[in-house]
Structures are given as C-alpha cells and as structure tokens.
Design a protein around this ligand. Structure first.
Ligand code: SF4
Length: 938
C-alpha cells in the first residue's frame, strides 16, 4: 500500500501539527481559493472554486468542526466536510455533520416569523414581523420585571448552543427562568458524579487508557460520539481492552472486547461487586485513596467509637461491600461471576490508566440510576485514575468556558416551578413536571420561550404538555425559537425561525479528550460577505429569508425591554468598545477572544492576525497545556495569595474563606482539591444524610422500578428500554435532513427470538405495547441483539404533523389525527405515513420510506427519581400481537392516569421544609443558572 505523505501544518495553538491520511484535506493557506473538480460533470474535468469557512456542527453536543465549502460562482454553500484544525474532531465527522447542508437547503424550513391566527394548536398562521414579535415579548417581560413577577418568565432549552450566554441574559433581566431538558437526559448521571467530586460530568482520556469501561452506547449513538469514539479506537489500537455494559447489542458493544448485557438497573450491583474484588484483592491505589477520599469524615460520622485510621477504613469498606459478591451481582445482572471477576481484575491492573464513562443509559433508565455513575466513579477513585493520563477527569478540567465582559449580579429570586421544595437535591430543573405544577396552580407563565426544545414529542406524557400549552391561563405567551417545525411549535403563539449550525454564532467547548479547546460556530455566509467588503450589521441579512440568530435576538429583545437603561438591563448589551451603543455580536466575541482565552492573542499575533480574525480563520483553538494543564488539578498548590484571609479547620484540614471551602491540607500541603464541602472526593456524602437520605450516604444499590422482582414474565410483562439513540438521528433537529432519514426511518420494537416465539410474532408483525397509561402499536424486529425479557425501541422516530403540508418536516413525519376525549383520553392514528411531495428539491418526490416510526414517548408517565429528579425512562410493559383494529402508529394515552402516576412518584420524595438554616438546597450544589446565595434561603 502506498504510504500517504505527511502534511506538516501549523495548528491553531501554534504547535506543529501532522495530518496523516487527510491528503484530500485542503491546507489553510489555500482555504480562500480551493479548486475541486465538479463530481457531477464527470468524466469531464470541470473546475469549481471554493472558499472554505470553518464553523461548528450543531447536530449534537460534541461540537465537531466543519468546513463549509462556499461556491465562489454562486455564493452558496456547496457542502460541509470536517475541519482538521479542530482539536476535538480532527477533521472527522459522523453522518450528521455533512448533513448540515440538508438543513440549510431544506425546502420545508421556516423562513419568516409566524404568529397564530386562530386558537392555539388550530394550525392557522400568518406572517408577522420581527419588530412586532420583539415588541410583544419586550412589553410582557418588562411588565413581569417591573411588577416583580420574575418567576413568570421562562426560557426552556433543549440544546444550548453556547455555554453561559443565556445565563448572562437571564441574569441581566434578574429572573430565575432557566429551564432545560436535562432531567429527561443526564441529570441522574450528573448527580452521581457531583456527589463525589462537585463536578457533574466525566471526561475519559480514552486514547491513553489500558482498560475502558462504558455503560452506554453513546459513543456511537450521540454523546460525544465522534470525538470520543475515534479516541477509543486509538486506545484499542495501542492495546487497551474495551468492555461495554448494555442490555442491547449496540454498535458500541459490537466493537467491544466484552459485551456485558446486564439486566437494566443491575449495573450498580455489578460495579460494587468489582469494588468488592478490588478491595479484597488489594488492587486499589492505597496512597490515592488515603490522601483524597473523605474517609476521616466518614469514620467520625458513622463509626465514631472505632479506630480512626485509614487501615480501619479499609476494614470497614471490606465489611460494607462484603454482600456485593460476584455471585450476588451475577444473580442480579445475569452476567457470569467469572466475567465480573475478570473485568474487575483488569480494571485493577489498569490502575491509573482506567477510563470509564456513563451517560444517560442505565443512569437515565432506572429509579436510583444516579448510583450507577456513583459506583462507576468509585472504581476510578479506587484505581487512582482520577484526572490521570489514561484515566477519567472531572469534565471541568477538559473544558474551557471563557468569561464575557460585564457579568450581571445573580438574581435574588428562586423559582419553585424549576426547583420545587419536594426536590431539594434535584440536579437540574424539574422540567418534566411543569404541566402538573401549572395544573396544580403553583404558578403561571407570562412569557415562555422554547428553544430547540420539543417537549410535546421528546418528553414523557406529551399530551399533558399539549394540555398545558393550549391553556392560556397557564401559559399566556409562548414563542418557539426553532430552525425547524416541531410538534411543540404547533402549539405556540409565535414561531420564530432561528439559524441552523452554519447560520449563527456560538462559542463551544466540550470534554472530548484530555485538553481544553474552544470552537467558534459562525454564520458562514456572513463571513463570506464580510470578506468581500459587504457591510453586515445583523446575521439575518445574510441568512435565508428572515432567519435570525439567537445571540442577536436576545440583544435586541433586551434593548426593547429596557430602552432607556433605567432597569439596569441595557448596559449588559452595550458595546464594550463604543460606550452607550448597542452591542454588535462580533464585538461580544472579539472581547472574549482578546481578554479571556489564554494563549490566543499570542497565537494570533504570530500570524499577524487579531484574536477574532484567528478564530474566524481556523474556527477553533486549543489552549496550550502550560496555560491550561489538564491532569491532577486537585493536587495544585494554593499560593500565599490564595491563602490570604483563610482559616484551616484543624480536624478536617479544610481551608475556608468566608465560610466557603477553597482548599484542603493533604499531608501538610495546601491543595486546591475538589469543589465539594470536604474539598476531597466524597465517598461519604454528609449532604445526602443531612437532606433526608441517610441510607444512601455511601454508594449502594437501589432497586430499580424495573427490578426483576417487579416484572412478571408469566403475566406477559417485559422491561421496555426506550432510551437508545440511532447514530444517524438527533431528536427533533434531524427531521430536516433528508440524507439522515433515508438511512434511518423506522423504530421497530426489538424482541428476542425466545420472547417472540412465546408471543407468536415474527419480524415485521405488529405488536401492541401497553404501559401504565396507554399503549402504542408498532412492528416487531426479532433479534438476538437484545436480552430475553427485555424489549427496546429507539425514541428517535415517530414524528408527526396534523396538517397535510404544514408542520413537522415531511421527510420525517406521518400525517396523523389526534383526538382528545372528555375523560383525559387521547388517541392518535396515522392518516398516512411519510409520502413523496413536490418541492424545490427534486429528492422530495423520490422518498421511498413510508411508515416513519411510532411516537412511543406519548404513552409514558413521568417517573421523577425522588432524589436526583431524573425521569426514569424504563417502563414495565406488556407486549402482545396487535389486536383487531389496531393500526401501525396508533397511540392511546390517558392523561388523568398520567397525573396519578406523577402523584405516586411525588409521594416518594422527602421535602426538607423544617430545616433550621432555612435552605432550599445545599449551597455547594450547582445550578445551571445560579441565583444569589440569599435566594437559596426561604
Ligand atoms: S458527532 Fe455530533 S457534532 Fe460531531 S459531526 Fe456528528 S453530530 Fe456533528
């Protein structure tokens, strides 16, 4: 085989960079004028000249780099490929990255602001102006602020495009109104990580690991899938072994050395059995555990009358985890004892090069799922692989969020619609309970924004969301800020079209590997126009139709809320370069790049560029490690300046300033530690004990609501896994990507051959799946890729619309009839599936897929975990052959029953209303938008 020559380039960090196997990747010195032959003209050689402009993919959270190829003849974007100068993705993308071009050219996209012309949900729309929409919202929000109804303004986000931007906007307005999708996604996994380290996400260094354990399929199906997946393969090529715990044979599991198809909910038992083995066989990192685990606090609190030594702590641990034998874990999970022991030993031998990751999956499916991430991190702690090369770091060590100019003071308001008293420890907002809270009269919304968020389709019990959104007493004014039609936008008052990934600015940084970088999402055609000397004041001037970008929308809205500056809001949206004048969006980023990113001004200067020009040219920058080290940051010494005005607690060694822990003494050295109350890794959580859950103060198992004891196969009951993604789709946002739907257009029910035989169905036969509040009808897919007793159905399909040619994109949606009966019952029936349609894109008449999937989430009641607040997705269901009259796509649901299930789960909480300190929530716990400390008190 011919060796492809190395190409030497200068990387954005200024380092020498080697690009191998990317011979077709244009070097940056030719990005302004790149020639390719027109593939469609083949065999003729017709030259096409392009300008290449970097931006960032917006089709999942990973924030991979893209290069837009702008055709110099037409001035339009021809295609997107990977940006090799992006440190996370290194030129490689999944299918969803290049499919951005479908989203740009989608003939179904919304090009102008729309206002409803009939009742909510009636489907009558008229075109309006941005001025009218902005003024309507500005006057409503201004009134709520002036009248001190600051908990009536809510911004509800599905996919934030930019860390910190909206928190700054809401802070400037002085409202506690940030709501997110996180408690249908990751709040449970986050909670387990946060308990240990005060930071709620993991960042594995897969490329340098010796053993990798994943409890999810996310590497191939969504979460950081591409940047982490390429590094897992790198690790494997260097000899690492990979184990994947997943009841379903995902693509990730198929690449593993060990597929561990555990019974869902038993993962904690398996991990604690591995803990047991590491302890019993002394495969743990004694020095790390002695120095960095809060064992003294644990012994003092729980074993007060016993010897207070580390050796005794280990004895106590051996006792505590003695019941978690491999035999116990094997019985719970269905794995063999031998494989549990084998993997535990390999983890122990990997030591500080043990990388581990879980996201969604088991943590998101089960009651007590947060104990899965907590038990997994326990293995990282025992092996001493926290923040090491080849280990797993807290994500904040591998992510960089630069500060903007002029940060608003946090608001003094606490919004109980977001953090209600029943869930003082909820890791994120109790987003899924909003319809029930409004139904119970706990509040109302004067102005509600949904942004890249589609709760009617994505959340459990979507029809309760329809009931809420159509109730004008509960939600007075609702705008859907969205690049694409959605089931939720249909019930809004305003649909305001926002740009897709290549039509907006954002600053992104993710924990893709052991480094810190920022990526600059930029509107490609604006950059193209500006480079040609065309003045552009607002991004919408170069976007199609009247499509705006969110950043500019919030600046404009804030000026209209406070036109004369008297509310103190406007000043946060004034230019740092032109005092008193409106902030231009490029000025916002220019200030950050000039002032908040270590090493960027110097790297730019080396190329005779300003920091902004540098970011516009390369689209990403990796902060040099000497300015942003990434390993063992807990060991960093506190300087004499850091120690000024601090006190040291003699017993615990915790160093405090004004009552807040800022460091800890370790073997006599003042270290930074972790952002926990003890500044150590908290095996023992005094927080859980003090806040009503003493039985969980140390990692342990919690029986899931779908524990085998709760499922009765003899009664036809199964466990339904509804959480898994498809590698090619991404929730609502891919409905406008024809290439992606061409690949994935059905979500059949996975069922094992043994179960299929028992039920009497074969692949393609219709089955009825019945939950606690309704049922749906779908096709079966008989496969050995799922454990017996378990069925699975991806949540990525089943999009629908109510009108023939309006609503959710026709590439993706079925035309349905949705009827509401008097007694809370709703019925959905497909009128017709996906069909070819006429449009400016000839491909729309070539659609060959027909059914389009089934919307299963409508039939799920909410299951909020009483501690983390996470919706526990897994369902106990019955599965039977479809009954007479059942049709593909049928959905039946009873929202009154859904409300009953919500009340049952609510009754499992332990509100802490009579605390003497009056706190609503531990002060040390994070919130996405954090109000002032005073707001934490009742
Ligand atoms: S992994 Fe995510 S960010 Fe990267 S190309 Fe795919 S969808 Fe885009």
């Amino acid at each position: 085989m011919t060796e492809i020559p190395l190409q030497q380039h200068i990387a954005p960090s200024g380092e020498q960079m080697t690009v191998r196997d990317l011979a077709s990747c244009p070097p940056p010195e030719r990005w302004q004028d790149w020639m390719e032959y027109d593939a469609r003209a083949w065999p003729r050689k017709v030259e096409r000249r392009y300008e290449l402009i970097p931006t960032i993919c917006f089709n999942c959270e990973a924030a991979c780099g893209l290069l837009a190829y702008v055709d110099k003849e037409s001035g339009s974007i021809k295609k997107f490929e990977g940006n090799p100068y992006h440190p996370g993705s290194r030129g490689r993308n999944c299918a969803k990255g290049p499919a951005t071009i479908n989203q740009v050219n989608d003939p179904e996209r919304i090009l102008y602001p729309l206002k409803r012309a009939g009742k909510r949900g009636e489907g009558k729309w008229e075109r309006t102006t941005w001025d009218e929409a902005l003024d309507t919202f500005a006057s409503t929000i201004r009134a709520a602020i002036v009248e001190d109804r600051r908990d009536e303004v809510m911004y509800h986000v599905g996919r934030p495009g930019h860390d910190g931007y909206m928190e700054r906007v809401l802070g400037a307005w002085g409202v506690d109104g940030h709501n997110s999708h996180t408690n249908v996604c990751s709040s449970s996994a986050r909670f387990g990580y946060q308990l240990w380290s005060g930071i709620d996400r993991p960042s594995p260094d897969h490329a340098n690991a010796r053993f990798i354990l994943l409890i999810s399929s996310h590497l191939e199906t969504g979460h950081y899938f591409n940047p982490q997946a390429q590094r897992i393969i790198e690790g494997k090529m260097k000899g690492a072994k990979l184990a994947v715990m997943d009841p379903r044979l995902s693509n990730t599991a198929s690449m593993a050395d060990y597929w561990l198809p555990t019974w869902p909910g038993s993962e904690t038992a398996v991990l604690l059995a591995m803990v047991h083995i590491l302890l019993a066989e002394q495969l743990y990192n004694l020095d790390f555990v002695r120095r960095w685990v809060n064992w003294q606090e644990y012994l003092a609190a729980e074993h007060r009358d016993e010897t207070q030594t580390f050796e005794h702590f280990i004895e106590v641990l051996l006792d505590l985890y003695a019941p978690y034998t491999p035999a116990f874990a094997a019985k719970e999970s269905g794995l063999s004892e031998e494989v549990i022991i084998d993997i535990a030993r390999q983890i122990g031998h990997a030591g500080t090069a043990f990388a581990a990751h879980t996201w969604r999956a088991a943590t998101a499916g089960n009651l007590g799922g947060w104990q899965v991430s907590r038990a997994l991190w326990f293995l990282s702690v025992l092996t001493g692989s926290v923040g090491t090369p080849g280990g797993t770091a807290p994500n904040a060590w591998n992510k960089f969020v630069p500060a903007p100019f002029l940060k608003p003071k946090p608001s003094e308001i606490w919004n109980e619609l977001l953090f209600p008293p029943e869930y003082p420890l909820a890791n994120y907002e109790m987003s899924i309970l909003l319809p029930y809270f409004l139904r119970e009269g706990r509040g109302k919304l004067a102005a509600y924004f949904t942004r890249v968020y589609n709760p009617v389709w994505t959340n459990p019990d979507g029809t309760s969301w329809i009931e809420m959104l159509t109730n004008e007493q509960q939600v007075e004014l609702h705008a859907a800020l969205t690049p694409v039609w959605s089931e939720t936008a249909w019930y809004a008052d305003y649909v305001l079209p926002m740009g897709v990934g290549s039509e907006r600015h954002d600053l992104m940084s993710q924990e893709t590997h052991a480094a810190r970088w920022i990526g600059f999402r930029q509107p490609v055609l604006r950059v193209y126009a500006e480079r040609r000397g065309q003045p552009v004041h607002y991004t919408y001037e170069t976007n199609p139709g009247e499509v705006w970008e969110e950043d500019e929308f919030w600046i404009e809205l804030s000026w209209r809320i406070d036109p004369d500056g008297s509310l103190g809001i406007r000043r946060y949206f004034e230019s740092p370069y032109r005092p008193g004048e409106k902030l231009g969006i490029l000025e916002y980023y220019r200030w950050i790049f000039e002032n908040s990113v270590p090493g960027l001004p110097e790297a730019a200067a080396r190329e005779n560029l300003t920091p902004l020009e540098f970011m516009q040219k390369y689209g990403a920058f990796e902060i040099p490690q000497e300015q942003a080290p990434v390993f063992r940051l807990h060991e960093r010494s506190l300087s004499p300046t850091d120690l000024q005005d601090t006190q040291i607690d003699e017993q615990s060694g915790v160093i405090r300033r004004n009552g807040s822990a800022v460091g800890v003494l370790i073997d006599g050295k003042a270290c930074e530690g972790f952002p926990t109350p003890s500044r150590k890794l908290e095996f023992y959580s005094a927080t859980l004990k003090e806040w009503g859950w003493p039985e969980y103060s140390a990692p342990s198992t919690i029986d899931s609501h779908v524990h085998p004891s709760a499922i009765h196969p003899e009664q036809g009951e199964y466990l339904l896994i509804p959480t898994f993604r498809l590698p090619t789709l991404i929730h609502t946002r891919s409905g406008n990507s024809k290439w992606l739907y061409e690949i994935s257009n059905a979500n059949p029910v996975w069922i094992h051959p043994v179960d299929a035989a028992r039920i009497g169905v074969d692949t393609g036969d219709m089955v009825r799946v019945t939950t606690d509040i309704g049922h749906y009808v779908n096709r079966a897919w008989v496969t050995e890729g799922i454990r017996p007793g378990i069925v699975a159905c991806s949540h990525h399909l089943g999009r629908w619309r109510l009108e023939t040619s309006e609503g959710t994109d026709r590439w993706a949606s079925a035309l349905v009839e949705l009827k509401r009966a008097e007694n809370g019952a709703w019925r959905m029936r497909h009128r017709e599936g996906v069909r070819p349609f006429e449009s400016a894109d000839p491909d729309s008449s070539r659609i060959f897929w027909r059914e389009g999937g089934v919307h299963q989430n409508l039939t799920f009641p909410v299951h909020p975990d009483p501690i983390s607040g996470m919706h526990c997705w897994h369902q106990k269901v019955t599965v039977e052959p479809a009954r007479e009259g059942d049709r593909y796509g049928d959905v039946f649901v009873d929202t009154n029953k859904a409300y009953e299930v919500y009340r049952q789960w609510l009754s499992m909480t332990r509100p802490q209303l009579d605390r003497t300190d009056g706190l609503r929530r531990p002060l040390w716990m994070i919130r996405p938008y954090r109000p002032a400390a005073s707001a934490f008190k009742r």
